[in-house]
Every structure is written in structure tokens, then in C-alpha cells.
Design a protein around this ligand. Structure first.
Ligand code: GLU
Length: 480
């Protein structure tokens, strides 16, 4: 059996974090088993759907590196079209089949009549299921006549009176008791088909073998199971992945911060880090790894490592994951990303060797690519560091002013643009041997004199990256 999975977004907004996670799981599963990943656009809600959102969502998927094998832009003639708005005839055709078999019927009830029916049932303590006259088979001929004359009617599915048990890959056995749902509309009186119906027709015709989607669809599934049964179609496997929740354990929403992928993209998160973090929300690596690339998962992704519990969305963890991806990126790739940053003018002008050692040195402090220009400004280019309390303390030691005076004289003599590590070592030796300063007063004193900080990256790497002009300004500033 060839595995066929799908991601079926509604283009009614930006790509949501939860949607991206669903897309990722489908994509990874297809990759892991050599299957096909399909993108289907569920745009039957004509008022809310917009072509622009479809474009933006596809663009965000591409940015994440989640590439579909089939979709509106990559049609396979056997299954196309891939937009539900272009499949109306198909939905009408199957609705007719269901009507002919007596499994669905035309319903002419008005909104008011339906409301009244519901209110009456509730008042009498019955389930508010459809009880209109049109469900009775003796009205079928009359209904057909009225439709032929052009009258509008909804098409309602005759719900089976039995219980269903779904063997879900994530949730295990899910039982839907008999009578949970009454007869439900599959095509509205305005001709528009509803989600639970189109979804099954499409999954059947597109030969979807596995439906991996959010847990919020679990309640819908009973209606879908009935439609599969009515059509005599083979059921796909279902995997309803756990809900995403915020720190307050409520369903993830805008209240919890950015929930659309494009906002993370604008904030310079790395797409690999996003995928890594999203994958961990409800799935775990067989080797318990926290940090991985999508391609690492192609070999190990499976449907039996999902957690049935809600997954907490934690932006701090996402930032950490981003930092880990920054650290494991190849240096040349990192350099080219840093150079695209607006504040990297100084960085860009330096030699390849300088850039390499700068990135090697600073990456352990960076969570984002955007941190590099900031770190360069702070640690390498800042001419007048603040007089912090720890710095004042170092300056108060009797050895420090002597070290500052010596270094001040030395940097004034320096002719080149940057010091070498050997020159720095020479100064350290001098302070140690000639001035008799050792240990902490030596290291902290030299650090204070050259950087204006009481702590920071290893001096033997940092100082050769710092322009001598800056070192001069710093010592002057320190001398006051
Ligand atoms: N269009 C539905 C959604 O965006 C898809 C549900 C499904 O995967 O069946 O939630």
C-alpha cells in the first residue's frame, strides 16, 4: 500500500502554529514511509476564504521546508482539482447517490422551523436531533418534485443509529455512543457542501490512507465515519494529535502570544528550529533527542510516538531550540545570514578569517542570528563601556591603574588595525613578570583595561577581533 497523507488547511487566515505542526507530521510521515504528501485547500467557506491566504500559507510551508508532492500548484490529473471550491460537481454527484439510496434526503425546513423544533425537543428533554417531516421516506417523491421545479433545499444525511468505535493511532479506542448525532446537513440550501462531507469525499477519492490532524476534529469524526459507511469506502487510519495549550492550560490562542508562523518568520526564527520545536509538541524522538533536523527524522518518524496528552507551547523553549540550531549551523551559512542583517556593516567589511573567528567566538552567546550584530556592537565595537559596580571594584584594586597605564601606553604604540594574540600574550607576560601581578588581579585588570567589562569571551580570541582604535578609546575612557 502506498501511503497518501494530506494537510487540508482552510485559507481563512495565516498559517497557524498548530496547522504547521499538523502539516509537518504529515510531511514527515510521508517521507518516513516513502509516501505522498498532498496539500488540499478547504475553501468551501467562500466568505472567509481568500486566495491571498492560500498563497501566504503555502509560502510559510515552503519557508518551513514542508514541501507537498501534490496540490493546486502540482496537480496529479488522477486526483485534481485540489481546491474544494473547484470540486462542487463531485460533491453534488455523491450527494445524489446518497439520496437515491435513501441515505440522505432533501430538507425544506426553514431556519425558524429548525429552531422551533430544537427548542421543543429541549423543553421535552429529548436530544435536539432533526425530526422534520422530510426525513420520512414518504415525502421523498414530493421533495424531488419541488427540487426539480427549482426550489432550494438542504441535503441532510440520515445518521446511522448505532455506536461507533474508532481505533485512533494517538487516542486509542474512541467510542461514540449511539444517538450522539442526529441527521446532519451535508449540502446547504445555497448549494455549498459542509466540511464533514467534503472531507470524506476528498479523502476517499484522493485515496488518503492516513488522516493525521488535530484533536479538535475528533468529534467530527463520527459524522465522517457514517459517511464512509454510506459510501462503502475503506476507512483510512486516523491519528488525532493532541491539543496545543498555553501556560494557563487553555487551548493555544492569540492571547498566548504569536500563533501564526509568519510572525516567527519576521522575528528571524530559523525554519529548522521551528520544525524541530513543533515536532516535539506531541511527539518524541526514539532516542529522546531534543535537537534534530527534519531530515534526521526521515528515518525515524513513526505514528507510534505521539503523546495523547495536551502539549504546552513554551516560547522560552522555542528560543532555546533556536539557539541550539544557531550553534550547530555551519559557520559559512551563519556568516551569510549575519551579512543579511541590516546592522552588520562592520562585520561585512572584515576578512574571512576575522568573520570565522568572530562567529566561532560569539555563537555561544547567540540565540538568534540577529544577536550577532548586537554582540559585535556590544563586545567588539563599544568605545565607552558603562562603569558598572563590578568594574568599579576592579578599578579600586591598587594593581589595576598600573595595568591600565601600561596598556594605554602600549596601544598608543600599536600600528596595525588589530592586535595579534602574540602581542596580547606579550603584554600579559610583562604585567606578570615586570609588574609582579598574578592570578585574578592580572586577568581581571587586563580585561577591564581592554574591554571595560568584568567578564566576557576569552580575551585571546576577543582582543584580536577588536579594532585597535576601539581599544585606544576604551582605555582613555577608563582613565577618565
Ligand atoms: N480544513 C480543516 C481544518 O483546517 C481540515 C481538517 C482535516 O484535516 O480534516 O481544520
Amino acid at each position: 500500500m502506498t501511503v497518501r497523507v494530506r494537510f487540508a488547511p482552510s485559507p481563512t487566515g495565516y498559517l497557524h502554529i498548530g496547522g504547521a505542526r499538523t502539516a509537518l507530521y504529515n510531511y514527515l510521515y510521508a517521507k518516513a514511509v516513502g509516501g505522498t504528501f498532498i496539500l488540499r485547500i478547504e475553501d468551501t467557506d467562500l466568505e472567509r476564504s481568500q486566495a491571498e491566504y492560500e498563497r501566504l500559507q503555502i509560502d510559510d510551508l515552503k519557508w518551513l521546508g514542508i514541501h507537498h508532492d501534490e496540490g493546486p500548484d502540482k496537480p496529479n490529473p488522477k486526483y485534481a482539482p485540489y481546491r474544494q471550491s473547484e470540486r462542487s460537481e463531485i460533491y453534488q454527484k455523491y450527494a445524489q447517490v446518497l439520496i437515491e439510496k435513501g441515505l440522505a434526503y432533501y430538507d425544506f425546513c426553514t431556519e425558524e422551523e429548525l429552531e422551533a423544533m430544537k427548542a421543543k425537543a429541549e423543553a421535552e428533554g429529548r436530544d435536539p436531533h432533526y425530526e422534520g417531516k422530510w426525513k420520512e421516506p414518504q415525502f421523498a417523491a414530493e421533495a424531488l418534485e419541488r427540487v426539480k421545479k427549482g426550489e432550494k433545499a438542504a441535503i441532510r444525511f440520515r445518521a446511522y443509529k448505532k455506536s461507533y468505535t474508532l481505533n485512533d493511532k494517538v487516542k486509542g479506542h474512541v467510542t461514540y455512543p449511539e444517538g450522539m448525532v442526529g441527521d446532519f446537513v451535508i449540502v446547504r440550501s445555497n448549494g455549498l457542501p459542509v466540511y464533514n462531507y467534503c472531507c470524506v469525499i476528498d479523502d476517499m477519492l484522493m485515496e488518503i490512507t492516513h488522516v493525521i490532524r488535530g484533536e479538535d476534529h475528533l468529534n467530527n469524526t463520527v459524522r465522517q465515519l457514517m459517511i464512509y459507511e454510506a459510501l462503502g469506502a475503506k476507512l483510512p487510519e486516523f491519528a488525532h494529535v493532541s491539543l496545543l495549550i498555553g501556560h494557563d492550560r487553555q487551548k493555544l490562542s492569540k492571547r498566548h502570544g504569536a500563533t501564526s508562523v509568519n510572525l516567527y518568520r519576521n522575528e528571524h526564527y530559523l525554519p529548522e528550529a521551528m520544525c524541530n520545536y513543533l515536532c516535539l509538541l506531541g511527539w518524541s524522538h526514539p532516542d529522546e533527542k531534543d535537537i534534530f533536523d527534519k531530515t534526521d527524522l526521515f528515518k525515524v518518524f513513526s505514528l507510534d510516538r505521539f503523546s495523547a496528552h495536551a502539549a504546552m507551547y513554551d516560547i522560552e523553549k522555542l528560543k532555546w531550540v533556536n539557539g541550539e540550531h544557531v550553534k550547530k549551523m555551519a559557520i559559512p551559512d551563519l556568516i551569510s545570514l549575519i551579512e543579511q542583517e541590516p546592522e552588520s556593516e562592520f562585520f561585512k567589511k572584515q576578512t574571512p578569517e576575522w568573520k570565522n573567528s568572530c562567529v566561532e567566538l560569539l555563537k555561544k552567546y547567540a540565540q538568534f542570528v540577529t544577536d550577532f550584530p548586537k554582540l559585535v556592537n556590544e563586545l567588539i565595537l563599544k568605545e565607552k563601556p558603562e562603569m558598572t559596580e563590578p568594574l568599579k571594584e576592579i578599578m579600586s584594586w591598587e594593581t589595576t591603574p598600573k595595568i591600565v597605564a601600561f596598556i594605554s601606553a602600549e596601544v598608543e604604540k600599536a600600528k596595525s588595525e588589530f592586535l595579534t594574540e602574540a602581542e596580547l600574550n606579550g603584554w600579559m607576560e610583562h604585567v606578570k613578570k615586570e609588574m609582579g601581578v598574578k592570578g585574578k588581579p592580572l586577568f581581571q585588570g587586563v580585561r577591564a583595561a581592554l574591554t571595560g567589562h568584568d567578564h566576557g569571551p576569552d580575551l585571546k580570541f576577543l582582543i584580536p577581533l577588536t579594532p585597535v582604535t576601539v581599544l585606544k578609546k576604551r582605555v582613555e575612557h577608563l582613565k577618565g
